[in-house]
Design a protein around this ligand. Structure first.
Ligand SMILES: Cc1ncc(C[n+]2csc(CCOP(=O)(O)OP(=O)(O)O)c2C)c(N)n1
Ligand SMILES: [Mg+2]
Length: 389
């Protein structure tokens, strides 16, 4: 680590001053003494071969070939969105976007286990999960463009807007799950959180609440190694985040978050448990945030190449591709057709989003409450005065 630009990394508030060297040492030393490794389910190795050392869980078998291909399609589709989002941002056609490239298995593999009768509580990072669940691309683009047309989630989907406050979605997902239980349905609620969010109070309250009331919830904890500029190894002393569930009597599972077949199998099992009335689960998907925190972030300010080394080789899309090609489930020709279809779907949706009328300035306060408060009326008048209709 020779570059000087990283030698004055700002210490997160309340932490000892961090030199780039200390941070690198902390990131590269993932397991603390006294905290045993928790086994991590993996079906497909980073090389794209079947992991013969993994014992599939009794209720989480390897998905069949048709499902494997469908999961591959979902990953390619959401990767395409992520890649195109960067371009749209630079063209001024999208606002600040939190990329999830490299985390596609963790997002598509989990959301794919739901139906649209189930609830999805995504964070800002989880556009890929939302698209897999069924949020239309056109609406997703409008949302990240900050257009009011993207603010309302479609009424036929049980998806909440992307949560920006960290962790509030956990207790709220428990509420939605308990409502489904009370209504006597078999629907479940799935909520996402990051490694950083799992140190927030709402995460723990949500898990305890769900465990105590046997709520049909599936909690996804995407451990991508970073909370903005703070590595997981710095923000908590815990090394196996799935074990946070132990404190609440909730099963905690750990899965290779870059292996979509394992992620899907484990999530499907947890969803079925919840549907059957057997209560909540927490799933830690072990992955990595290869990309910046948002398209406006510069990670070279706080992490070195050494800290991210090796993660490109664990790419979830290439891993499944290698496996499917070797199995003959996918061919170069069928993949080319798939990519063309995905690209056409995306361009059509962006064109539809482009054709939406521009919002007026006053709309920013129009949709806060069904009936505007006196303060909002005043703000609206001020906006109208300043910007006109
Ligand atoms: C309650 C709250 N505190 C702080 C923030 C500022 N903030 C935005 S993203 C972030 C880091 C979250 O990291 P993690 O939970 O690991 O999610 P990731 O961004 O890696 O997906 C923080 C602290 C916030 N949005 N909400
Ligand atoms: Mg994180």
């Amino acid at each position: 680590m020779s570059d000087t630009k990283n030698s004055d990394v700002a210490a997160p508030t309340g932490m000892p001053p961090a030199t780039a060297e200390a941070l690198t040492a902390s990131v590269l030393q993932p397991v603390s003494e006294g905290q045993p490794e928790v086994p991590m389910l993996q079906f497909i190795t980073p090389e794209g071969t079947l992991n013969s050392g993994t014992q599939p869980l009794p209720d989480a078998p390897l998905p069949d070939a048709e499902t494997q291909l469908w999961l591959y399609r979902q990953m390619r589709r959401i990767r395409h969105f992520d890649e195109r989002a960067w371009v749209l941002y630079r063209q001024g056609k999208m606002g600040v976007f939190p990329p999830y490239g490299g985390m596609e298995a963790s997002q598509a593999g989990t959301a794919a286990a739901l139906t649209t009768q189930d609830w999805l509580f995504p964070t800002y990072r989880d556009t890929g999960a939302a698209l897999t669940y069924g949020l239309p691309i056109r609406q997703t683009v409008a949302y990240w463009r900050s257009s009011p047309h993207g603010w309302y989630m479609p009424e036929d989907l049980k998806i909440t807007p992307f949560y920006i406050p960290i962790a509030t979605q956990y207790p709220q997902a428990v509420g939605a799950a308990l409502a489904e239980k009370k209504k006597g349905t078999r629907n479940v609620a799935m909520a996402f959180i990051g490694d950083g969010g799992s140190s927030e109070g709402d995460f723990h309250e949500g898990l305890n609440f769900a465990g105590a009331l046997n709520a049909p919830c599936v909690f996804i904890l995407q451990n991508n190694g970073w909370a903005i500029s703070v590595p997981t190894t710095t923000q908590t002393r815990a090394r196996n985040l799935s074990r946070r569930a132990d404190g609440y009597g909730v099963p905690g599972l750990r899965v290779d978050g870059n292996d979509i077949l394992a992620v899907y199998a484990v999530t499907k099992q947890a969803v079925e448990r919840a549907r059957d009335g057997d209560g909540p689960s927490l799933i830690e998907t072990v992955t990595f945030r290869i990309k910046p925190h948002t398209v406006a972030d510069d990670p070279t300010r706080y992490r070195t190449d050494e800290m991210t080394a090796g993660w490109d080789a664990k790419d979830p899309v290439l891993r499944l591709r290698t496996y499917l090609l070797a199995q003959g489930t996918l061919t170069e020709a069928s993949e080319a057709a798939l990519l063309e279809e995905i690209s056409a779907e995306f361009e059509e949706a962006v064109a539809a989003a482009d054709s939406l009328p521009d919002p007026t300035p006053a709309e920013i306060v129009d949709h806060v409450f069904a009936e505007p408060t006196p303060q909002l009326r005043k703000q609206r008048a001020q906006i109208m005065e300043e910007y006109g209709a």
